[in-house]
Ligand binder design. Sequence first.
Ligand code: PMP
Length: 401
Amino acid sequence: ISVFDHVVRAPEDPILGVTVAYNKDPSPVKLNLGVGAYRTEEGKPLVLNVVRRAEQMLVNDRSRVKEYIPIVGLADFNKLSARLILGVDSPAIQENRVTTVQCLSGTGSLRVGAEFLARHYHQHTIYIPQPTWGNHPKIFGFTGLSVKTYRYYDPSTRGLDFKGLLEDLGSAPSGAIVLLHACAHNPTGVDPTTQQWEQIRQLMRSKALLPFFDSAYQGFASGNLDADAQSIRMFVKDGGECFVAQSYAKNMGLYGERVGALSIVCRSADVASRVESQLKLVIRPMYSSPPIHGASIVATILKDRAMFQEWEIELKVMADRIISMRKQLFDALRNRGTPGDWSHIIKQIGMFTFTGLNSAQVTFMTKEYHIYLTSDGRISMAGLSSRTVPHLADAIHAAVT
Ligand code: PMP
């Protein structure tokens, strides 16, 4: 008899559970479109050449030691990360109004930001888009913040429910926190246009709503790092405050290295430095200090002009391959005469297509075609290749006819 006999089995994570089911399937034609990780045309995970090169340099540098790094992480990494997301000429950085701390990828950055807000911010309500990445409600809910949703996606147009979004944020209590996906919204692939971002910004600033940006796909959406940071930069340009959680999982392919950053843009340098002092009190009892390796890779690449350019090229290759998969899947469905309008496949942005397939259709595709995806009909375009597009198109065609 165990003292833990009362512990009930928890359900599998809805996203990671897809891979668990996939691994159990012996079929040679099985296809995993569940998890959001980049794959090459050959279906293999990719380590960027520039990352390999940076790692080699780090290994060869005998002066490097394994001492603890500061609670807030590597100084170089933090400075360069802020510049990457806010722009090299960001006045907020020049005025020292930004505090950046190295965290455990995007998830850790969101969590540290959430813990800080729960302790030090007057308004404990956070609005997250409906739908959003499945981890968001848990990350914020566990810190004691009250999680509410705002309308985001309109299934009838498979686009943005802009009117609903404005109504919901318009009726949010003053000061409420609002989670925004900086680009490549997960799972819908639907982003506001620049004009819509501007309206969102005006509304949020007029109601003193606090923006918390989740940037998990900078450069991965359009292939351009600056373009994918535009939404955030609009909110920083107006002089107001905001939170940004950055992840290097996708854009540098550093998934398992767990490297990311939380930046808090404040009104003044004095506020920023006091905020940072409190962030340390959040981090210290959680994991004491972050790991060295991933952040050293990132800093090595960001600070060297040639390596940075090499990264930009490799990043563009990944983004372009995903865009080309959209086109190929769209064409394949058109060629099959699959009923329905599938133009959202080429309109949506980033790693995922929100197909509009319902959970019964998803179950059918898994059972009959060994294609694995989340039950909301989200497919990871990065998991596709020219070779597997026909199989997916056949499955979608059969599912809807
Ligand atoms: N936010 C969003 C919207 C994501 O899709 C992801 C990755 N799936 C993350 C944050 C964080 O991922 P990680 O912790 O691996 O950086």
